[in-house]
Design a protein around this ligand. Structure first.
Ligand code: ADP
Length: 374
């Protein structure tokens, strides 16, 4: 039943049936015309024949009359049939063309409006034929375009916002120097250097983010023991942990399974999680890194005894530029896109990354799972 309905909905079938209708109409009108016109012609002829036979008896005239009547009858029949067939063809083709061209015309208008920047344009897509499938695809494309445009605007706004603070700070220091309010001493220049470093980091992060969002993050995968990238990140950050007096404990299950991963990218993810744990855990606190193999894959966890995250922020911290406490994050040089990039990197490896926290001041746990090799 469903198959029949689908076949009936196909445009090709519709066109075919429209031609069949035209042909049937032509045949029916021919038959009707012949039936209506032939008996009358015959009757006229019989009448005339009787008259002639009675009066003149000229057989040649009889034959001529017979021919003439026949030709007239056939002409009438053809004329009528042609007229009827043409009229039917005109009606049917007008209806079919309107059904075909109408949606195409609407899509053309909508695409012109989208090209002019009206991204909320959509076309109606009733029925199930190829044209409505095309309209559906068109609407999907328009939706994606509108999302992309929205993201682009948001990104430009966010970047402008992120640039404003360091630039304003640099300008402030420069003005202070020019006016003689600030002394031209190393402390003053270090202030400028800090802001410039923040700007550099922001630019690097933005480059990575745009590549990650475009799905262009190229991974140099290799079969690797996860302990290598975990220990690499730990070694790099260990001095800072010591400096801040935070205890860093690494507990890896013996014989972790080998995974297929880009070593440098994974080190980057680990450094982001360990860097955050360091930044958001007060001195005297504790951070623990664990890794174990489970049925779902290799599970790596970074838990801290730090400031924790309130439930309403938990789902948002992976969004770009989202920071629970803007001033605190900025003070630590955070751009608010580290976790966004980390999640993209883990997902590019076929894994997933999420955060848990019992609430403010209760510490946080960041976990990611990497698929195991078959
Ligand atoms: P940032 O550069 O600001 O640290 P991230 O994307 O790495 O940016 O993190 C986003 C936000 O998530 C941070 O600003 C912070 O509010 C929160 N966050 C991340 N890690 C932790 C953590 N370990 N403890 C508490 N909050 C965290």
């Amino acid at each position: 039943m469903k198959l029949m309905e689908r076949i009936r909905q196909q445009l090709g079938v519709k066109l075919f049936f429209s031609y069949v209708i035209i042909i049937i109409a032509g045949v029916v009108s021919l038959i009707l015309a012949a039936q209506l016109s032939a008996p009358a012609a015959l009757a006229r002829h019989t009448e005339r024949m009787e008259e002639m036979l009675y009066m003149v008896g000229n057989s040649q005239e009889l034959v001529d009359s017979l021919n003439e009547s026949f030709v007239v009858a056939v002409r009438q029949i053809l004329l009528f049939a042609t007229g009827a067939a043409l009229l039917t063809a005109l009606i049917v083709s007008t209806v079919v063309t309107r059904r075909l061209v109408g949606p195409i015309q609407r899509m053309k208008t909508a695409s012109q409006r989208i090209a002019a920047g009206e991204y909320d344009q959509r076309v109606e897509a009733p029925g199930e034929d190829e044209l409505s499938a095309l309209a559906h695809a068109f609407n999907q494309m328009a939706g994606r375009l509108s999302e992309t445009e929205q993201r682009r605007r948001q990104l430009v706004g966010d970047v402008a916002h992120e640039l404003r603070t360091p630039l304003a700070n640099i300008k402030g220091v420069m003005e202070g120097l020019v006016d003689g309010v600030l002394p031209p001493e190393p402390v003053t220049f270090q202030q400028v250097e800090r802001e410039v470093t923040r700007l550099q980091r922001l630019v690097q992060d933005l480059e990575q983010l745009s590549r990650a969002e475009a799905g262009q993050m190229l991974l140099e995968r290799e079969r690797i023991d996860p302990a290598r990238f975990i220990e690499d990140a730990v070694t790099r950050l260990y001095p800072q942990y010591q400096e801040k007096d935070i205890q860093l404990e690494v507990r890896l299950s013996p014989q972790l399974p080998v995974v297929s991963a880009d070593k440098w990218r994974m080190t980057q993810v680990m450094m982001n999680l360990l860097g955050n744990a360091l930044q958001y855990t007060p001195s005297g606190g504790r951070v623990e890194v664990t890794a174990q193999s489970t049925e779902e894959g290799l599970v790596i966890r970074v838990s801290d005894s730090g400031i924790g995250i309130a439930p309403e922020h938990l789902t948002h911290i992976f969004e770009r530029f989202y920071r629970v406490d803007k001033s605190r994050s900025r003070a630590g040089g955070g751009s608010g896109i580290g976790l966004t990039i980390a999640r993209h990197l883990i997902e590019a490896h076929g894994g997933s990354l999420w955060a848990e926290s019992a609430g403010p001041e209760k510490g946080s746990v960041f976990t990611f799972v990497m698929p195991l090799l078959p």
